[in-house]
Design a protein around this ligand. Structure first.
Ligand SMILES: NC(=O)c1ccc[n+]([C@@H]2O[C@H](COP(=O)([O-])OP(=O)(O)OC[C@H]3O[C@@H](n4cnc5c(N)ncnc54)[C@H](OP(=O)(O)O)[C@@H]3O)[C@@H](O)[C@H]2O)c1
Length: 293
């Protein structure tokens, strides 16, 4: 079998067209969705993520503002900025780019964001709402995975989903989201991690296999059932002297051999990655809609 490619760039573009339409109708009611992105320090990867998020928000017609703070910013000053953004009626979504410098308590900062503006979906209130199946902001990467499954027409209901990875930002939320009694959910979910015994015997049972491990090309063809849908969340840099930059990006799945066996697969890059920013825009527009009533 040669897998169908689940194209995150194309699906992301389709969702952005739908979001743009919502922005136009909100504008007609005098509301422009507003996103505030906060960056502390000069981590080059974080700078690049923040630039992309801002650019995407501007391109789609949102109000977007970037707050660059020096690496030595006191935690209290960052909390004050968040408090100000919580009160600012032009701002519907607040995102603090992680990781933060070591002297700042990330948990304190995340919980300082109003759950009504938590478009990154990391606030414990947002995560609790996933658990109980209540409406709320879904973290952008897991939400993007769910949309990829929906837009690719993957049957999730009743399927056995195996998630490898149990991080708070990917593994745990996607497992919770897909086990809910809801649309593009209702799955039977198994969560695996580094202490799982005989991992391949479990991943081979998956109708849908989600790899969020952070290890380059970890999932090999012998770990995948013939015809399974494989979602590769991993973004890993591996040395490659044949490339101009000296490296290339690979996922957590050994793409060529798994694509020869799977029914459908997401590529890296171009799979889950483009969906993450799309869902940030989506959450911000949803927040603006809620505040507009
Ligand atoms: N596309 C995107 O937008 C996006 C967004 C977020 C993350 N990512 C990528 O997704 C990957 C995962 O990110 P993350 O933040 O979830 O990573 P993480 O916090 O490091 O978690 C990795 C998970 O993988 C498990 N794991 C590690 N080695 C394993 C092994 N040998 N067998 C089974 N499980 C193993 C760990 O188990 P333990 O819990 O037992 O340690 C942990 O639960 C990374 O490559 C990251 O760059 C991509």
């Amino acid at each position: 079998m040669t897998a169908k490619i689940i194209d995150g760039t194309a699906i992301g573009a389709q969702i952005r067209t739908e979001i743009a339409r919502d922005i136009v109708s909100l504008s007609a009611r005098g509301v422009t969705p507003g996103l505030a992105v906060v960056l502390v320090g000069e981590n080059p990867a974080s700078q690049s993520y923040v630039r992309s998020k801002n650019k995407a928000a501007h391109e789609i017609g949102m109000h977007s503002e970037q707050h660059d703070l020096p690496a030595l910013t006191a935690e209290a000053d960052l909390l004050k900025l968040i408090e100000r953004l919580n009160r600012d009626p032009r701002i519907h979504g607040i995102l603090v780019q992680l990781p933060l410098p070591g002297h700042i308590d990330e948990r304190k900062v995340i919980t300082a964001i109003s759950p009504d503006k938590d478009v990154d979906g990391f606030h414990p209130v947002s995560l609790g709402r996933i658990m109980t199946g209540e409406p709320g902001f879904r973290p952008c990467t897991p939400f993007g995975i769910q949309k990829l499954l929906e837009y690719s027409g993957t049957m999730v209901e009743g399927s056995h989903v195996v998630v490898v990875g149990r991080s708070n930002i990917v593994g745990k939320p996607i497992a919770n989201m897909l086990m809910q009694k809801a649309k593009t959910a209702d799955a039977t979910v198994t969560v695996c991690h580094s202490r799982t015994r005989d991992l391949p015997s479990i991943t081979r049972q998956a109708d849908i296999l989600i790899a969020a491990i952070g290890r380059p090309e970890f999932v090999t063809a012998d770990m995948v059932r013939e015809g399974a849908v494989v979602i590769d969340v991993g973004i890993n840099r591996v040395d490659d002297p044949s490339k101009k930059k000296g490296y290339r990006m690979v996922g957590d799945v050994k793409f060529d051999e798994v694509a020869a066996k799977a029914g459908a697969i997401t590529p890296v890059p171009g799979g889950v990655g483009p969906m993450t920013i799309t869902m940030l825009l989506y959450n911000t527009v949803e927040s603006a809609k809620r505040s507009a009533g």
